[in-house]
Design a protein around this ligand. Sequence first.
Ligand code: DX5
Ligand code: ZN
Length: 214
Amino acid sequence: MVKIAPSILSADFANLERDIHRIADADYVHVDVMDGVFVPNISIGIPVVASIRKVTDMPLDVHLMIVEPVRYVEQFCDAGADLVTVHVEADTQENIRAAIDKIHAKGKRAGIVLKPKTPAAAAEPFLQDVELILVMTVEPGFGGQKFMADQMEKVAALRRLIDEKNPACELEVDGGVAPDTCRACIAAGANVLVAGSAVYKAADIPARIAELRG
Ligand code: DX5
Ligand code: ZN
């Protein structure tokens, strides 16, 4: 079954515990960490992940939109992340590999993320070493942007590579996922869908989560 990872970027940060309990029907809590350098926005960091960890047993999917993530991955793992994803564009291949190794050494799942302009081939050096690949379907930095349907070819190419080389690896999409775009993602081979505004703007959140499963 397709998994849903609501992004708390669209939650009310003054009522974060309430808004996390509102997505209890989903599979992961997607936490967007932004440093104002890798992306032109600043969101939340390590103490917030630690606070979230105390109020939910749901797996925390922490998406690091920060430069040189190898500097911080261990702290995010210690704060309670279950899965930590790092952008391949955020450092050298060697340092991205070091970040993946540090996440694994903490007993957590590691993933890599590709921005829209980054080709599927950029994932290949890491394919056998990660538990998840995340394809951005918007330019990272903000919620509520328009879904980039032209990324579906990349998702399909990665699905083929994953099936061939690391079938247990998950394939996630993030950005503009809504009832009218979720099916294209699923058809292209994604099995985890991140959705921020589509979930938190819905009048009936459990119904919306069910709808996004396709
Ligand atoms: C964008 C973030 C996304 C964002 C998705 O940089 O990585 O997770 O919150 O928001 P929606 O679903 O509203 O496009
Ligand atoms: Zn995200």
